[in-house]
Design a protein around this ligand. Structure first.
Ligand SMILES: [Zn+2]
Length: 461
């Protein structure tokens, strides 16, 4: 890498971190309520079950779906959108992101993502100001849910919770700071995990996250953890003993049914992050693969700090191959799906090199389809199932399906994604909480982000 460029990126990162560029969050006034909107002559893909309903009208009032019908009368002062030839689907949910700035949120939105779950590392500013501003419609972005990430040791640089007393305290802290979940990490001690699980259930802040090495995913789910954050956690804490060397071998397929059975019994949601794992796998020993990420158009919308992080991530310097394990995870995802275990999509964007906000979510759905899930099952992981998860675990209002009373998070496509998921590439517009943006407007959001980064990077200290 060119030395000058490194300095430039570092300078940009410092400016961004110091909030010297483009300011922090502006004190936002209460936004005007979005106008009532009527989609006309659109084919609805409700995602409640596998079906399409042709030639429908969908009325949106106050951020919610108010009516759906063959020929709804237009109320006064309604904006009409002619959906002829188009398909209206629920907006997409990425249930594992690490974005912690408002520009990333604009990029997600422009990609049709209307819900994200931040799984750790969010700044206090993001938690206290950016997420509430987006969730109340004062700033553009997907609805943001938050998980507070904790670990038992400083090894991975997370917030350390080292005793049962601290476990009790951290649940109260998460609750008072309005986190939706607590995300557990690899090195929590078993006695701390046990107290955490009890307290989390008592206070109503459910546990999500990794396999905890000394507990194991099976016992975690039995203790009430509601979600596993990566499919590969099973490799580390279900299929292999905790002290086994992490080699390139995949477990035998004969081990799958037992893992499917205990998972199904628990009712937990499993993040089927096939794309993310495959992306890490493809970087092993391949600097050219990482270089190619920088030539993608999406690079222009990637935070300069993440550009530095991607270049230095180091997966390309590793040896060996993860491809057997990646293939195994595909078969495991298929088995979970076939057994009716609820799968959710999650990408780790943009924390893993190659995982661009928005684009990686579509890639995850394509990977699930390639693993043998139907288009409907794959699309469910980013629509219906995240909505179900948030309703069941957090009593959140409905989203992820097109039904009366649900949040008006919608995506207008030119083709039917149940026929071919690649229809997600041709978006005519996106609605988040009742605010409609057509393709021109979402492209303008992307241009603004790209221009901001360009101007930051052109300033020389
Ligand atoms: Zn993550």
């Amino acid at each position: 890498m060119n030395i000058d460029t490194t300095k430039l990126f570092a300078a940009a990162a410092i400016l961004l971190a110091a909030g010297l560029v483009c300011g922090g969050v502006r004190a936002a006034e209460t936004p005007p309520a979005p106008p009532a909107t009527l989609f006309r002559h659109v084919t609805v893909v409700p995602m409640d079950r596998e079906r399409t309903v042709p030639d429908q009208s969908v009325l949106v009032v106050d951020g919610k779906i108010a009516a759906i019908g063959a020929h709804l009368p237009a109320p006064n002062a309604v904006r009409e959108i002619d959906g002829r030839g188009g398909y209206l689907v629920p907006g997409l949910a990425d249930m594992h992101v690490h974005s912690s700035n408002s520009r990333d949120l604009a990029v997600f939105l422009a990609n049709g993502v209307t819900t994200v779950l931040n799984m750790g590392g969010a700044s206090a500013e993001f938690v206290d100001q950016v997420a509430p501003a987006v969730n109340s419609g004062k700033r553009p972005g997907p609805h943001v849910y938050l998980a507070l990430r904790i670990d038992g040791t400083p090894e991975y640089g997370q917030l350390v919770v080292a005793s049962p007393a601290e476990a009790v305290a951290v649940v109260a802290l998460a609750k008072s700071n309005r986190y939706d979940f607590i995300k557990v990490y690899n090195n929590l001690a078993p006695d701390v995990f046990a107290v955490l699980a009890q307290e989390a259930s008592r206070q109503g802040v459910p546990l999500v996250g990794h396999g905890v090495t000394r507990v194991g995913v099976e016992r975690q789910l039995a203790a009430g953890q509601v979600m596993v954050a990566h499919l590969e956690e099973y490799l580390y804490t279900a299929f292999f003993p905790p002290d086994a060397k992490v080699g390139a071998a995949a477990p035998p397929d004969s081990a799958i049914p037992a893992a499917v059975a205990f998972t199904k019994r628990s009712g937990a949601y499993i993040t089927a992050d096939l794309f993310t794992y495959a992306t890490i796998a493809e970087q092993f020993g391949r600097p050219d693969v990482v270089e190619a990420y920088m030539r993608r158009p999406d690079w222009a919308w990637l935070d300069p700090e993440m550009r530095i992080a991607w270049r230095g991530a180091g997966y390309d310097k590793r040896t060996g191959s993860l491809s057997n394990r990646a293939a195994f995870l595909g078969r495991f995802a298929r088995a979970l799906s076939d057994a009716g275990v609820p799968l959710i999509a999650g990408t780790d964007a943009p924390a893993i090199p190659g995982s661009y906000p928005g684009a990686s979510l579509r890639a995850d759905l394509y990977a699930l389809h390639a693993a043998g899930l139907s288009n409907f099952a794959a699309l469910s992981t980013a629509t219906r199932t995240p909505g179900e998860m948030m309703a069941r675990t957090r009593q959140e209002p409905c989203f992820g399906v097109i039904a009366v009373g649900c949040r008006a998070d919608l995506l207008l496509l030119r083709d039917n994604p149940l026929t071919d998921l690649r229809a997600l590439e041709a978006r005519d517009g996106v609605m988040a909480a009742g605010v409609w943006r057509d393709r021109q407007e979402t492209d303008a959001l992307l241009d603004k982000v790209a221009n901001t980064y360009r101007s930051i990077l052109s300033e020389r200290p």
